[in-house]
Write a protein that binds this ligand. Structure first.
Ligand code: ADP
Ligand code: MG
Length: 373
């Protein structure tokens, strides 16, 4: 069975295209330039970063801020993971002991031998470790990378969490301090709330303003998906799917959402021993919707009545920025400011977006739209 379609991180054989983005990202890493990747949930941000790291075998550390609780917790995790990173930066820790003592003198490095080899432990007073320690440690990692002549990648995924956790911006300021001075360490920030990331990186009053190149990930293009799916179909059934069926899967059903493309194709590829008919593809899609709708229902439950009204209306009739009385009546909301508030909330939650192609608001998730209709 082909492992082309996965609900986890896509890599190698299961990774479709993104050639330009892979090239741009590795170029930035090689120049120690920093990038913020912005795209809605499940467009493939984490997969793209992982694939670039894997293909180039970059030494790296991955911070997933989704799990972060508060600033003290973030500091603790960063410090711990950075000491692990030191151990990974070389295959011969003994040979660089001198460098480690030099750059990390404040942190009394200890070398621990296990059956897996040696590792480094920095003794940080974790409870008292401060944002300055973070800046200092990050800069020391850069010093070590310079001495070893290697590139290092620091990934800060789900970074929108910092919007709430680091309200004062002290941690962001510490990261900026180190990132601005770094010669060999590239920072990649990513996350799933476009709105919050845009505030963190594009608002003049924020510490990370203009630190990074901005990479906005679009959906994977149709033609690349054709090739990808043709190959997988040949592997599975020895022949390709008719174009009409591919279009039904990619354009009409999943609307090129990588997660749904993978989910649906997994269903189809698992279910059918011979090349499926349009009818069979529809059955697989119906089964997928049935599996996904309970999750969507949960998401919708948390919304206010006005937010639901706006979403429900948008699921059938996209509209533009002018909220006149007629439209308000149709949506079922009494006044302009309540409708505006609901729209803003849905935007910050990344449920809807304003398209410059047709100057209208739309719902991102095709299944959310289908559910609401
Ligand atoms: N380039 C790609 N090719 C094929 N599938 C992909 C690709 N990028 C992402 N996916 C799939 O899309 C889903 C979401 O990917 P993920 O990287 O977790 O997105 P994000 O980090 O933006 O939420 C997963 O099922 C993953 O396998
Ligand atoms: Mg992700």
């Amino acid at each position: 069975m082909s492992q082309k379609f996965t609900l986890a991180i896509a890599k190698g054989e299961s990774f479709c295209n993104r050639t330009q983005e892979k090239k741009a990202l590795s170029k930035s890493i090689n120049h120690a330039e920093h990038t913020v990747i912005i795209a809605p949930r499940r467009y493939g941000k984490t997969s793209l970063i992982s694939e670039v790291i894997r293909l180039n075998d970059y030494k790296h550390v991955w911070f997933d801020f989704l799990k972060a609780i508060d600033t003290a917790d973030v500091i603790h995790v960063i410090c711990k993971k950075l000491s692990n990173l030191i151990g990974q930066m070389t295959s011969d820790l003994n040979a660089i002991k001198g460098l480690i003592y030099k750059f990390f003198a404040h942190y009394k490095p200890e070398f621990i031998s296990t059956i897996y080899g040696q590792s480094v432990k920095l003794s940080l007073q974790e409870k008292t470790a401060s944002p300055e320690d973070i800046a200092d440690l990050l800069l020391s990692i850069d010093q070590l990378a310079i001495s070893l002549e290697i590139q290092v990648v620091i990934v800060c995924d789900e970074f929108q969490q910092m919007y709430d956790i680091d309200k004062s911006g002290v941690l962001q300021a510490a990261i900026r301090h180190a990132a601005e001075r770094s010669e060999r360490v590239a920072y990649i920030f990513s996350g799933s709330s476009r709105h919050m990331l845009e505030v963190l990186f594009m608002d003049k009053s924020k510490p990370l303003y203009r630190l990074c190149k901005i990479m906005k990930l679009d959906k994977i293009e149709l033609e690349h998906y054709y090739d990808f799916i043709e190959k997988a179909a040949k592997e599975r059934w020895g022949s390709v799917l008719p174009k009409q069926i591919m279009d039904e899967i990619l354009v009409n059903m999943t609307e090129l959402h990588p997660y749904y493309v993978n989910y649906l194709c997994m269903e189809i590829w698992d279910r059918y021993e011979t090349i499926p008919s349009m009818e069979q593809v529809k059955i697989a899609w119906a089964s997928l919707c049935e599996q996904i709708f309970p999750y969507i229902k949960e998401d919708v439950k948390g919304l206010s009545p006005n937010q639901k009204r706006v979403l429900k209306y948008l699921s059938q009739y996209p509209f533009g920025k002018t909220l006149d009385q007629t439209l308000l009546v149709e949506i079922g909301i009494r006044n302009y400011s309540s409708a505006k508030q609901a729209l803003e909330y849905l935007k910050t939650k990344d449920l809807i977006y304003y398209s410059l192609k047709d100057n209208q608001y739309h719902i991102y998730d095709p299944l959310l739209r289908k559910y609401l209709r």
